[in-house]
Design a protein around this ligand. Sequence first.
Ligand code: GDP
Ligand code: IMO
Ligand code: MG
Length: 429
Amino acid sequence: MKNTVVVGAQFGDEGKAKITDLLAHQADFIIRYQGGSNAGHTVVVNDKKYKFHLIPSGILYPNKTCFMGAGVVICPEDFKKEVDEIISQGVSFDQIRKSLRISPLAHITMPYHRAIDGWCEADLGEKKIGTTKKGIGPTYTDKYNRCGIRVEDLFDENLLSDKLDIILPMKNKELQYVYGLKTYTKEEILKICKEYKEIFTPYVCFNWQEIIADAKKNKTVLFEGAQGVMLDIDYGTYPYVTSSNPVAGGAAVGGSMGPLAIQEVIGVFKAYTTRVGEGPFITELNDETGKAIQQIGIEYGVTTGRARRCGWFDAVFAKYSVLVGGLSAAAITKLDVFDSFDEIKLCTGYKNKKTCEIIKQYPTKVATHYNYEPVYERFKGWKTDISQIKKYEDLPEAAKVYLNKLEEILEIPIKIISVGPNRDQTIFK
Ligand code: GDP
Ligand code: IMO
Ligand code: MG
């Protein structure tokens, strides 16, 4: 396998973790490169379901290195909970300790980051982003404002103390006067940081430069993205986005290996579209069909439990996603969800509701999205159970027609088709 990035190509929850877990089999080194515990990644092995938020989805294999890179932000409490949960599901602590490495450069989500996230969402009222309230935006804000706390800071008490003398007075002013939230004494933060240090001690990787250099030279590397291109801070439906770069470029930065280490970028698309949280969604279906997709696809958020909004595949933004996401191949997941459908629609253009003009190029000015309605091409359903099919040739003709059209529009090859949540419900094309 080439060094591959797995990128969510829509609004997240495309089934990236299933694809990562599948490809991890052929990789030695799996790197999560951005995002935090806002992600909810499901891997199903022999009908047993594992949910990951921070830990790379390759952790179920022994003898692989799973690395949480510099681009990731980590809430220590969530991390601890996740480790405990997967141990309770039968993955040994020993395996996790041997496999998992955390970059000292990763930033920490502090309790005040979560508090600020919750406050901002409440304050925005109906105009809220619909965040996961995991403190992601405020953590990245501090990172880019150069007042964040990194994993390595926890391991140097003197340095941490000096750092807190600079950042804490500023943070407390912000917490008190902007938000009216709880402020912190230096002693309180030092105590919290001591607990965090204990949580990270088995995993922090101070010799990461050696390990990354070795992986770059001698190992097959899989980069695991969280969220999706349309939630990317630069390219997504801003401001209804997350605060990091899920695009493949994000892997070059957050994965610590640079762009030349990447040889393939697999964009994961659902056969339809879903979105959690607020923001425009041109092909959204607020009808029985939308409900059917939601129910058959079991479309509920892994992190927040919120029902996902559902709609047809939007090829206008998907083409944009191929471009800015840097995709070289596609994986199409959840094709089986359409097994009982008479008809499937595919959005190939946006029609301006006032002028009736049809556009094919994705409009980045998100406020204008409400002026458009989707233009659909219709496809016949296959009305048969495809969930046990293992070979592309065995797919019904109608499914192939739909996939061929997707491939023609996206202009990249579809290399993987997923027809169920389990590892073995996968077709390699
Ligand atoms: P991620 O965030 O991109 O990793 O995706 P999530 O785990 O949030 O959501 C994808 C959901 O779809 C999970 O419940 C998966 O188990 C499930 N899933 C993945 N691929 C397929 C598929 O091909 N068919 C069906 N029916 N479910 C799938
Ligand atoms: P995975 O990796 C789907 C969405 C939130 C909200 C917006 C901003 O499982 O695909 P944030 O908490 O990041 O500040 O929220 O982004 N969001 C996701 N939607 N899947 C995810 O991750 C998401 N992570 C964040 O719902 O709309
Ligand atoms: Mg998810």
